[in-house]
Design a protein around this ligand. Structure first.
Ligand code: IVH
Length: 699
């Protein structure tokens, strides 16, 4: 096995990887759980070595669920119970330089309608490189704790979290709210990490790659006594649902965390101005190498809580916080080859195949070259010495070519971007004004179909437990799954034309039963997830949600898409008018649903699903469920804040006035929208009436 060449093709590698992973897991279980090894240690090591070699060649394969990331018998799928977060666990937008930070402060000022010179105090907290957890206290007693999961639903790791000395069983002090969810980062210190790895090695177990993996592996243990023996810590920095929050600033809340018995990060400090914030960023960056835990940037949060509240969130991140990342790590290596990957919408992306190199602690052997123009601009050629960089969790990229003394005479010829799709051989075209060259054969192209399926099952889409990228690749190879609906008929077809799945390598009766159960639980699924899962161009999570919110049910949505094919129709107007959609996205949607091949895919899928209507959170506000538009200028608030408030209260906001509009909020300078509203008899209110509607609601 050790001498077998590594497949060049990612699909082949991922199929082999998933089989190997299943085999290793089975042996881990036999050895660690049942104390009954079935193979010799050296055969086991060979399996692990092959798995590692595949992951060195294709680093994407080293996902969280790879045996390379876990030790011992890894937790089984579905082993931990699920906990729906009472408030979603958010992620953070990133800033990569001073300009991004200046933009952030300006956005906050604009949203809050502050003057350019009105300072926004920011609280700087180191960005801890661990994993986040949420711990709920009721009447001061710990009731449960969960992982972040997908931000909405996490795993119940109460027993494990209880073993952390930084997490008190009961909140100390006088102030004991009815409900308070504390959020923070679980991490492992570097010295503890090294000691743990020494112990692992002494026990003949594979070491962890870095402190973050060690923390993750230690926290997600079936047996909480294992977690208890691992030196995990927690810095508290945020909160979820709270019954009361009698504080004015982020800093005040952190002070209360300390009084309750939590640890907060000692480098936390307030910055009065942008310049102070940038200086703090530099200072924390300088301290980084002497800290005994890993940090990967500085999180800046608007300190005033009333402002945080007004700023709210966009997509899955708060508007009031940003993660300023430390600069990218770079390294030099040789470009061995250039491969073309075909994405789910047919985009051909050039990928640099590199001599593996360590970039800031992570082995990198693939990096993106972005597109045709970038290759030309950088004049990157096979055989060149190149600089690669990686920053945070973004894909490594080739930055430039290193020119040395022998450079000109020894270089290969300039690389020519292919004009046919490497997967299906169809012409690959580049539309004017677009950077990408695309395969023109749509769903006929196997690469596009596999990529779409991968997207379809991904975490933010259908999120089917036990059916990830690797299983999709394997099912595609064997012909079990060719389109989304096939996932849901897998069980009914099992054993029909192919052998029983439970007889295939890597599968057993239990794992197959678990898979089918997981698939069946996802037959009932929200409209917004289905719209996102279809992988339509321009329809990311945010737009999928806008559409679901607007049309509410799948049947209303589909008939609107049919009607909107006529560019002059009301339905088209309505679609283009959804705030945030616009003409380009509308055209992509209409085109998608007009194509017979997509209609067939959607139709077959809907036969299998029970798509749930989108339910707008009901509020007791008088504008809940109403359609609103804004016109003219607002003085006490800004358009974006007003829009965000309207949506938070359950209203829909559109960009123009139509007969569906219930209320037009008109400020001074209102023009054609106001005239139209009057013509149609739409209710018109001014800003002060608007403010009174908004302030009536108790939050
Ligand atoms: S606040 C309300 N503060 O970074 C926003 N996150 O990229 C929620 N993280 O999921 C996060 N240190 O795991 C916040 N001081 C800090 C943090 C921090 C690390 C992690 C956290 C979060 C991720 C977002």
């Amino acid at each position: 096995m050790a001498d077998k060449p590594i497949p060049k093709d990612k699909l082949a590698a991922s199929v082999e990887h998933s089989k190997l992973a299943a085999e290793i897991r089975r042996h881990d279980e036999a050895y660690y759980l049942n104390d009954a090894p079935e193979i010799t240690d050296s055969d086991y090591d060979t399996l692990r070595q092959r798995l590692n070699a595949l992951e060195v060649a294709f680093p994407d394969l080293a996902g969280e669920d790879s045996p390379s990331q876990t030790v011992g018998a890894p937790p089984k799928a579905g082993r931990f119970g699920k906990i729906t977060h009472a408030r979603p666990m958010l992620s953070l937008a990133n800033a990569f330089g001073e300009e991004d930070m200046a933009d952030f402060v300006e956005r906050v000022q604009r949203f809050l309608n502050l003057g350019d010179n009105e300072p926004v105090e920011l609280l700087a907290e180191p960005k801890i490189d661990g994993l986040s957890a949420s711990i709920r206290y009721e009447k001061g007693q710990l009731v449960y704790g969960a992982t972040r999961g997908d931000g909405q639903v996490g795993e119940d790791i109460t027993a494990n979290l209880r073993t952390l000395p930084d997490i008190p069983e009961a909140l100390s002090g006088d102030f004991v709210p009815d409900v308070f969810e504390i959020r923070g980062e679980v991490y492992m210190r570097q010295d503890d990490f090294f000691a743990l790895n020494e112990q692992q090695e002494a026990d003949g177990k594979p070491p962890f790659a870095n402190p973050r993996n060690a923390a993750a592996g230690s926290l997600r243990q079936l047996d909480a006594t294992v977690t208890a023996a691992r030196p995990l810590r927690l810095f508290a920095y945020a909160w979820g649902k709270t019954s009361e929050l009698p504080f004015e600033t982020q800093k005040d809340v952190l002070e209360q965390f300390k009084r309750w018995g939590f640890s907060t990060n000692p480098l936390t400090e307030a910055a009065a101005t942008l310049d102070d914030a940038l200086a703090l960023f530099d200072r924390i960056g300088e301290a980084r190498s002497s800290l005994d835990y890993d940090i990967d940037g500085v999180v800046f949060k608007v300190n005033r809580l009333d402002w945080q509240d007004r700023l709210g969130m966009v997509s899955r991140s708060p508007r009031w916080a940003i993660a300023h990342k430390f600069p990218a790590e770079q390294a030099q290596t040789i470009l061995q080859d250039i491969d073309i990957q075909v994405g789910r919408t047919g985009t051909l992306t050039p990928v640099a195949k590199l001599q593996p190199v360590n970039v800031g602690g992570v082995m990198v052997s693939n990096a993106t070259l972005h597109n045709e123009d970038e290759i030309l601009r950088k004049d990157v050629r096979v055989g060149d010495t190149v600089i690669v960089q990686r920053a945070g969790d973004v894909i490594p990229q080739v930055v430039s070519v290193v020119e040395d003394d022998h450079f000109k005479s020894e270089r290969s010829v300039a690389w020519a971007f292919p004009h046919v799709c490497p997967s299906c051989g169809s012409p690959a075209e580049r539309k004017e004004g677009e950077a990408a060259r695309r395969c023109t054969s749509g769903l006929v192209c196997p690469a596009q179909r596999v990529e779409r399926l991968r997207h379809f099952v991904s975490r933010n889409a259908m999120d089917i437990e036990g059916l990830g990228e690797k299983q999709i690749a394997a099912f595609w190879e064997s012909g079990r799954i060719e389109s989304p609906a096939d996932i849901f008929t897998l069980e009914a077809r099992d054993g029909e034309s192919l052998s029983k799945l439970s007889e295939e390598e890597g599968w057993g009766a239990t794992s197959v039963a678990n898979l089918y159960a997981a698939i069946n639980t996802r037959r009932q699924i929200g409209l917004e997830r289905v719209l996102f899962a279809l992988g339509i161009r321009h329809i990311g999570q945010e737009n999928a949600k806008l559409l679901a919110r607007h049309y509410a049910s799948v049947s209303v949505f589909l008939s609107a898409m049919r009607d909107a094919q006529d560019e002059a129709s009301d339905a088209r107007q309505e679609l283009e008018n959804i705030d945030g959609i616009g003409t380009k996205v509308a055209a992509a949607l209409v085109d998608f649903f007009a194509a017979p091949v997509n209609q067939a895919v959607v139709h077959a899928l809907l036969e299998e699903l029970d798509v749930q209507d989108y339910v707008v959170e009901t509020t007791d506000s008088e504008i809940a469920g109403k359609v609103l538009a804004f016109t003219g200028s607002l003085e006490q608030t800004t358009r974006s804040e007003a829009k965000a408030q309207a949506e938070a209260l359950g209203a829909k906001v559109t960009g123009s006035v139509s007969k569906k509009t219930d209320i037009l909020v008109a400020g001074p300078g209102a023009g054609s929208k106001l005239t139209k509203a009057k013509e149609l008899g739409v209710q018109v209110i001014d800003e002060s009436e608007w403010i009174s509607i908004v302030s009536k609601v108790s939050r």
